[in-house]
Design a protein around this ligand. Structure first.
Ligand SMILES: Nc1ncnc2c1ncn2[C@@H]1O[C@H](COP(=O)(O)OP(=O)(O)OP(=O)(O)O)[C@@H](O)[C@H]1O
Length: 227
């Protein structure tokens, strides 16, 4: 489902004499449907950079990043947008809040985008908000004024609304209380059970051990640091 081969990345610092910083060389990673792989390695080793390249936020300098048959490293912007709508989800710990949009609509939106009808989208959004313990009285309000933890849970509900075949998780359990952490872990387990291929960064070691099948140490792809 996700196949990365020969991926390299350097950053060019245009405001610092065009210094070239090589951060990744020959990255390899294969994630099968139903599998969850954790990216591990020292701070600065390149975990976030690899995630951003898979999502198409950073452009790889070389190699292939194939997700659901699309090579993100070569794809046109509109192909990447279609991929993000239908195939590849991204769940971070932060919600990008759009003012004046009700929480329930924030969560239902990814479903409407893939053609799910309004009622079914609403029902799925309600199910997720309930599961993530967002009180019903908040559903019609914009999450702009919500607490950090409430916003994080709305973001997780939104990220898991559509049954993406591939998912990127960036510290999805960070700063959650024990009850909600448990809910998120069960959402990840459900996604695996329906066949989603998952790549994640989890500083929560117990969470990683529970939901991840393998760990990939990206230090092995860091120029000058490979064992
Ligand atoms: N936009 C950028 N411009 C220049 N350098 C960058 C950029 N993004 C990342 N880097 C560099 O790439 C390297 C890898 O960073 P990255 O954030 O991917 O590491 P990480 O493994 O996710 O670290 P952490 O665990 O601390 O979040 C670092 O040396 C960082 O300074």
């Amino acid at each position: 489902m996700i196949e990365i081969s020969g991926v390299s990345k350097s950053f060019v610092l245009h405001n610092q004499g065009s210094a070239v910083i090589p951060v990744m060389q020959d990255a390899e990673l294969k994630v099968a449907p139903g599998e969850c792989v954790a990216l591990v390695g020292a701070s600065g080793a390149g975990k976030s950079t690899l995630m951003r390249m898979i999502y198409g936020n950073y452009l790889a300098n070389a190699g292939r990043i194939v997700v659901g048959g699309v090579d993100v490293a070569q794809a046109e912007p509109r192909e990447i947008l279609a991929l993000r709508r239908e195939v590849l989800g991204y769940v971070s710990q932060f919600l990008r809040v759009v003012p004046r949009v009700a929480t329930i609509d924030v969560v239902a939106e990814p479903l409407l985008q893939v053609g799910v009808d309004g009622e079914a989208a609403q029902a799925r959004a309600e199910e997720l908000l309930r599961r993530l313990n967002i009180p019903e009285r908040l559903w019609s309000l914009s999450p702009t004024t919500f607490s950090g933890g409430e916003q994080q849970r709305v973001n997780i509900a939104r990220g898991f609304a559509h049954t993406f075949p591939a998912l990127l998780l960036d510290e999805p359990t960070a700063s959650l209380d024990a009850t909600n952490r448990e809910v998120v872990l069960s959402l990840i387990e459900d996604a695996k059970a329906r066949g989603a291929a998952i790549v994640g960064i989890f500083h929560d070691e117990a969470a990683r051990e529970r939901v991840c099948d393998r760990e990939i140490d990206v230090t092995g792809f860091t120029p000058g640091m490979a064992a």
